[in-house]
Design a protein around this ligand. Structure first.
Ligand code: PLP
Length: 358
């Protein structure tokens, strides 16, 4: 077996939820577990945060697994129903469904449910991804109130720039102008908003990335947010090469040795979810010592500088990201965000998830 694996520290996930609860104060927390819990494993993650007030995912299939695991609180389908017949499963599983387009309203208009469902009505306040325009909301609420298939309504929106300078003011003002007229539950904050903007901590908050111990911000580290990395992507050195000055490494001869040096070949590549665009100089840990990657990442392997690790050998432990190397630092060196790196581990299917404290 290849030595690569993703170690999932579930007690860190539990810790991060507590950390978020402290920040969120009186808001209920809806843990966002889409994309297989950002690559960490859906059901294991549910078990680590089993008392959380709500869970948000995308599909009925995921919701069904979560109910089977014994979870009884709110489950929200973030994109609502994809097909009319899903309404019956949503009813049976007691799911909360997002309504963001006319077709989904029709699904609700055209059935007779024994048990009415809770809905999250999504308002497009400026991100222009999902949701109804603000000027339709009064009309929609009136109709939903009159719909016997609907038990209760939560109003929601999503921010485009909560993690950036622009912030949430324009979108939140737009949301509040509409929702001030109603006595309905509301939900707006992702991780970045709930951390930075107290005014966004409404009835619900919807943290994703912070649960997994990474940061939504370019300029604030996960450590500063008081969350701990949950996933450590680890592998081993499987070969050594001693380079002479001027010798090249890897595809495209992307790296040329400026001095005689030893390098290590690590069993981890873009086929495992490591970013191919990671630049020479991306931080990586070998035998508990920080060093950097060099050259171009291959499908199954990458290269590390061992100039300062004379004792490193075949079998030496390597951490691509985790407790010592923040996933956000690897992301920054690769022109992407921690979110993508964590999700890509699941997408690869070659990396077994190994649970600690499970
Ligand atoms: C993914 C998602 C979140 C969580 O965002 P983070 O930045 O990971 O905290 C919240 N709300 C919606 C609608 C989402 O799609």
């Amino acid at each position: 077996m290849r030595p690569i694996k993703a170690c999932i520290n579930l007690s860190a996930l539990t810790f991060n939820l507590q950390s978020i609860k402290k920040i969120a104060k009186n808001s209920k927390v809806m843990a966002v577990l889409k994309a297989n819990a950002y690559g960490h494993g859906l059901i294991e993650s549910v078990k680590a945060i089993k008392n959380v007030e709500g869970i948000a995912i995308l599909t009925i299939e995921e919701a069904s697994k979560i109910r089977k695991a014994g979870y009884k609180n709110t489950i929200l389908l973030l994109e609502g129903l994809f097909a009319a017949e899903e309404i019956y499963q949503a009813e049976k599983l007691n799911l909360n469904i997002t309504l963001h387009n006319d077709r989904q309203i029709e699904f609700l208009d055209n059935v007779v449910l024994k048990n009415p469902v809770s809905v999250h009505l999504k308002i497009n306040t400026g991100m222009n991804r999902l949701g109804f325009p603000p000027d339709q909301i009064d009309y929609l609420i009136e109709n939903l109130n009159a719909n016997p298939n609907v038990s209760d309504i939560t109003l929601m929106t999503h921010f485009a720039s909560a993690d950036e300078k622009e912030g949430i003011t324009k979108q939140l003002d737009c949301f509040n102008r509409i929702t001030d007229n109603y006595n309905l539950s509301s939900s707006v904050a992702n991780s970045a908003a709930l951390y930075k903007f107290p005014e966004s901590r409404l009835d619900w908050v919807r943290p994703g990335i912070m649960l997994y111990g990474a940061s939504p911000f370019e300029d604030i580290s996960a450590k500063k947010l008081d969350v701990k990395p949950v996933m450590s992507l680890v592998s081993e050195i499987i070969a050594l090469q001693d380079l002479k000055t001027g010798q090249a490494v890897g595809y495209g001869n992307n790296f040329i040795a400026k001095k005689d040096m030893r390098i290590g070949i690590v069993a981890c590549g873009y086929g495992d979810g490591y970013p191919r665009h990671a630049k020479t100089g991306t931080p990586i840990l070998v035998d508990q010592k920080k060093t950097t990657t060099i050259g171009r990442v291959s499908m199954d392997m990458l290269y590390v500088d061992l100039s300062n690790n004379p004792n490193a050998d075949i079998g030496s432990e390597v951490e691509m990201w985790g407790n010592n190397i923040p996933v956000d630092d690897v992301a920054k060196n690769s022109g992407t965000v921690g979110y993508e790196l964590l999700c890509n581990v699941t997408a690869s299917t070659r990396v077994p998830l190994e649970y600690e404290d499970g």
